[in-house]
Design a protein around this ligand. Sequence first.
Ligand SMILES: Cc1cc2nc3c(=O)[nH]c(=O)nc-3n(C[C@H](O)[C@H](O)[C@H](O)COP(=O)(O)OP(=O)(O)OC[C@H]3O[C@@H](n4cnc5c(N)ncnc54)[C@H](O)[C@@H]3O)c2cc1C
Length: 417
Amino acid sequence: MKLPLDCDVAIIGGGIIGLSIAVSLQQTGKTVIVIDRFDKLINASRNNAGAFAFADILPLATPQIIRSASKWLLDPAGPLYIHPAYIFSIFPWMVRFWRASWQDKFQKLLQAQASLMALSRDALERQVMELKAEPLLRRNGQLRIYQHKENFDRSAMFWNACSQHNVRYTLLNSAEEIAEIQPGLNSNYEHAGFTPDWINVTDPNHWVQHIKDIFIARGGKWVDKKVDRIFPSQNDVLIKMQEHKVSASFCVVAAGAWSSKLASKIGDKIPLDTERGYNVTLPNSDFDLKTHLTFAEHGFVVSTINQAIRVGGAVEFAGLTRPPNFNRADALLKKAENFMPGLLNGSGYDRWMGFRPSLPDSLPVIDYSSFSKRVLYAFGHGHLGLTQAAGTAELVRDLMLGQNPAINLSAFSVKRF
Ligand SMILES: Cc1cc2nc3c(=O)[nH]c(=O)nc-3n(C[C@H](O)[C@H](O)[C@H](O)COP(=O)(O)OP(=O)(O)OC[C@H]3O[C@@H](n4cnc5c(N)ncnc54)[C@H](O)[C@@H]3O)c2cc1C
């Protein structure tokens, strides 16, 4: 006898990607269950820098980054670190990353990234209207600041890509022009670009919680468990947890940096790894932050989270199980203080480490499993999960409904590796 299904769709992962997909599917009348082992502390979506970084269309693997990486690796307080015990594990990922920086590949990846960004920009506005979420946004733009003139000159590649893909910006060439947008910075800064359409959330934790609350209010079910395995068959998918199971017509794997473990049990080998990142949040800082700041040469950003200031960034390759090394967060803070005098006035701060789910070509996987059309993948958004969540949700919805997706998805295919 055929047993009734528990739901139309089971989504594994209740981060920003899984929840955005969940509410988007609810709009089409599907019954949805989200399964998450729920640990607020490790959830990257609730603790990130809170930026819809629509200007960041360049894939990470550029020839410039490859050159800077070797310099950064020699600096113990630098923005890039590989744990010695992890060098062997990360080596194949690094080779792919390097290959992604070659001109032929790079141009294709840039086109794909720009198309997902453009869709995500529009999709976010639709999502904000639908979820009545405007009060949770800040529309104050981004100031991208350069300490050294030669680095500003090298950033022409970034600004040219912005021009080609309709990202508005203004270049600034004096400390006075910069101070008009962000007063109080160290006056050594004379070069910057301002991107007015950059948006931030007031707090990524509130943003995710808002979407979760709406999901539940619309009849969605949240299962607080760890998924061990997925068993797709001809007519349904069985999702197995410890002492519990759920059956659904479709399953979406949106489990962030842990997704490839589940995919590999079905047979899809995907070179997902994690770029660990750090944040320091200062609840009482005196610095009057007017906009989102990006210190591109130094690999960190500064944003307002509620009434606090958050300094975040760094990339650490050390896998999913090693404990954080908060010296990296302290190094970020020290650097930021040099550029933002007064940042540390006021007492106390919190430090956090999270797991970016990263693929070596900087694009996520948005596709069916190679082994079952009943399993869809939506993971690997790296530095841009918040930014691309609304766009990803629309694409997954289209795939599930058998409609033509709004952009060409070949660059996001599971078979590209
Ligand atoms: C320091 C830092 C700053 C960042 N700043 C930004 C930013 O400003 N803008 C931006 O766009 N992006 C930013 N990011 C990246 C962004 O946070 C991630 O890309 C995004 O959160 C990924 O979302 P996700 O839903 O895929 O994964 P996650 O948020 O990690 O969610 C995955 C969920 O899956 C669950 N899960 C995993 N395995 C299982 C399992 N087996 N069973 C059940 N549940 C499971 C986990 O519990 C988790 O809740 C930043 C990241 C870091 C680390």
